[in-house]
Design a protein around this ligand. Structure first.
Ligand code: SAH
Ligand code: DHB
Ligand code: MG
Length: 242
């Protein structure tokens, strides 16, 4: 394996001065860092209903890794997909179906979610999640390596929205697929675009760091998308295809 120079983590800035970039005025920060805020919003929004709670706990019970999006990001996905008016959604990385249920809930009648999962045993758990959430009629699960399986749906495009949340080394390829197969005005969302890219730790997979950095830079700079990064759990990148 090639050895990749990993820069040291940036100094841990005090929240009120984070990201000052040399400006005199203190930054307003990036994300809600005060630990009292999340419980407040949780109480107002109650983002995880009984169906989602059951999916999270059954996924863990079935031995899936506890890496589904959190309750807030689940709601963010549903609302972003509704804002985008998405009728045709692609998800890369199904796991137990938590984020997929959130996306499927945003679909209008006749809409469809195509979700891609490498591991057959994850797909089995997800199929049960879609059934329990009452969205099975709108969801197709494709089992196998996503980059190969995406070919199965290409001629049904273009698509309105894609959510990328699978192998981090594959993010650049998935972004290239989105640039080809999303409609103009379509939305790409990617999870986990911060931590591994900005503060890689010893033991992290260097391919994940390289993949996410390449994804972030291409999304921001290629001219194919207008992009932003939302400081949510581990960072959502959001881009609109130009
Ligand atoms: N989006 C899910 C979490 C996905 S976790 C949620 O929030 O509920 C990442 C998933 O990607 C895992 O289930 C893993 O098996 C899957 N994965 C990893 N490599 C993959 C590949 N090459 N193709 C498709 N899925 C892959
Ligand atoms: C992890 C978290 C994720 O959201 C993901 O998609 C993959 C891995 C993790 O915490 O290891
Ligand atoms: Mg993720």
């Amino acid at each position: 394996m090639t050895s990749v120079p990993v820069p040291p983590p940036p100094p841990d800035p005090s929240p009120r001065r984070a990201g000052g970039g040399g400006m005199a005025a203190p930054s307003k920060g990036f994300g809600a860092t005060d630990p009292r805020i999340a419980p407040y919003v949780e109480g107002v929004l109650k983002p995880e209903d009984e169906v989602l709670r059951e999916i999270r706990s059954r996924s863990i019970r079935e031995g899936l890794p506890p890496i589904a999006v959190g309750p807030f990001d689940g709601r963010h996905l549903e609302v972003l997909a509704r804002m985008a008016g998405a009728r045709r959604i692609v998800e890369i990385g199904t796991l137990g179906g938590y984020s997929g249920v959130c996306l499927a809930r945003a679909l209008p009648p006749g809409g469809r979610l195509d979700t891609f999962e490498l591991e057959p045993r994850h797909a089995v758990v997800a199929a049960e999640s879609f059934r329990r959430a009452g969205v099975s009629d709108r969801v197709r699960i494709h089992v196998g390596p996503a980059f190969d399986r995406l070919r199965e749906i290409e001629r049904e495009g273009p698509f309105d929205l894609a959510f990328i949340d699978a192998d981090k080394g594959g993010y650049p390829d998935y972004l290239a697929w989105c640039a080809r197969h999303l409609r103009v005005g379509g939305t790409v969302i990617a999870d986990n675009v911060f931590r591994r890219a900005a503060i890689p730790l010893p033991g992290d997979d260097p391919n994940a760091m390289i993949g996410i950095r390449c994804f972030n830079e291409t999304l921001a700079q290629s001219g194919a998308f207008r992009a932003t990064m939302l400081p949510l759990e581990d960072g959502f990148a959001v881009g609109v295809k130009l």
